[in-house]
Design a protein around this ligand. Structure first.
Ligand SMILES: *Cc1c(COP(=O)(O)O)cnc(C)c1O
Length: 384
């Protein structure tokens, strides 16, 4: 089968993990710290907290900025459940901002309109969680400016955007946000099996995320209420979770991080080939702004579905029958049963709904074989 994305694991990756198995620490050892330091350096942020998943890291980010019951958090409908769950799990209410029909990222026009109305109604969001869909950075400067005007925090869901750049700045530098979150799930740009990281330049957020990751326990001598009498003395100062990354994952992450540039280049090459091959066909690709470098985590093709003989389901089946596991990223979140039960309805976010009915992600990953790529192209052409 040909998946839409998958990990690329080298012999070096494997030996770095097996080495950990023979060492003293499978968790709480030196490699997690080393991985965090390397992430901080690579993406130019001051602080990094790794975790056991991107979802956990998003939750830690919400906890750090103090999202709680009664707060409102906005994200986009075209995203994974975790972008909303992180706030819901803190007791907050979720609302959505539609996507732009060209970039498929948060629409700045819609965001501005919605903020104006929210200000009048006195229900402004405490935080906004924009998503770098497919690895293309959203309009970060615009959202940052609005965050100053309307006083909200920004958590970037950069699960797709490891290695992406915006005006030459690495996503993760938090130049235009409070916290940035990566995911290291195997389909993402680099992997740790499962894993995530939150990046920030804010020391208080860093300390909070560390504390919530460790069941509300602090070890830092400077922060202890009682001054420590013995090495290893600790205090629990809040509730929390065990969201730690383990040493096996960190070892894999360190090894994978070395190949980041290679992975991004290859994904960009493949994307370019798709666009070249299909440029004369009625297919819409994600518009990548010239000041952006996309990691191309997802290669999105949007069909002009009303003009085709096949409907969306039939298109899907055609790929699947040929053992090509295309996927939809994502089915508009607000129309999922859970959000319907909260009162969200059809026709609330038109661009997102249109996207959900006509787009899919085609294979793009480092080890994609030329013959497999050609097979995918052939099927897309035959559909049209
Ligand atoms: C992958 C992903 C996450 C986090 O997923 P985990 O599997 O928990 O690492 C969050 N948001 C988006 C948009 C994602 O694609």
């Amino acid at each position: 089968m040909i998946p839409y994305s998958r990990q690329s694991i080298s012999k070096k990756d494997i030996s770095s993990v097996t080495k950990v198995l023979k060492s003293n620490f499978l968790t709480k050892g030196p490699l997690v710290r080393e991985f965090e330091k390397k992430i901080a350096k690579t993406f130019s942020s001051k602080y990094v907290i790794s975790s056991n998943s991107g979802s956990s890291s998003l939750h830690l980010a919400c906890l750090a900025i103090g999202i709680k019951k009664g707060d409102i958090v906005w994200t986009v409908p075209i995203t994974y459940a975790a972008s909303a769950n992180c706030a819901l799990n803190c007791g907050a209410k979720i609302d959505f901002v539609d996507i732009c029909d060209q970039t498929f990222n948060i629409s700045i026009i819609d965001l501005k309109k919605k903020l104006k109305i929210a200000k009048k109604k006195n229900n402004l969001p405490k935080a906004i969680i924009p998503v770098h869909l497919g690895g293309q950075p959203y309009e970060q400067k615009e959202v940052w400016k609005l965050s100053k005007k309307y006083n909200f925090k920004i958590i970037e869901d950069a699960s797709h955007a490891i290695g992406s750049k915006h005006y030459g700045e690495s996503v993760g530098s938090c130049k235009w946000s409070d916290i940035t979150v990566f995911s290291f799930h195997p389909v993402k740009i680099i992997t740790t099996g499962e894993g995530g990281a939150s990046l920030t330049n804010n020391k208080m957020y860093y300390e909070k995320m560390l504390q919530f990751r460790e069941n509300g326990i602090i070890f830092d001598k400077k922060r202890l209420i009682k001054k420590s009498k013995y090495a290893g003395y600790y205090e629990q100062v809040s509730t929390g979770y065990n969201y730690r990354m383990n040493e096996l994952s960190a070892a894999l992450g360190i090894s994978q991080l070395k190949k980041l540039k290679k992975f991004i280049n290859k994904r960009n090459q493949i994307a370019k080939k798709y666009i070249d091959e299909l440029k004369n066909f009625p297919i819409q690709f994600q518009k990548i702004e010239k000041y952006n470098l996309s990691s191309y985590h997802i290669m999105i093709v949007k069909f002009n579905i009303n003009k085709l003989k096949l409907n969306y389901k039939q298109i899907f089946n055609k790929f699947r029958k040929n053992r090509i596991f295309v996927n939809l990223h994502y089915s508009a979140l607000h129309l999922n049963p859970y959000f319907r039960s909260l009162g969200f309805k059809k026709k609330q976010f038109l661009n997102s709904e249109d996207y959900s009915k006509s787009s899919l992600s085609v294979p793009n990953y480092y080890d994609l074989k030329k013959s497999d790529f050609n097979k995918v192209i052939k099927i897309i052409k035959s559909i049209i």
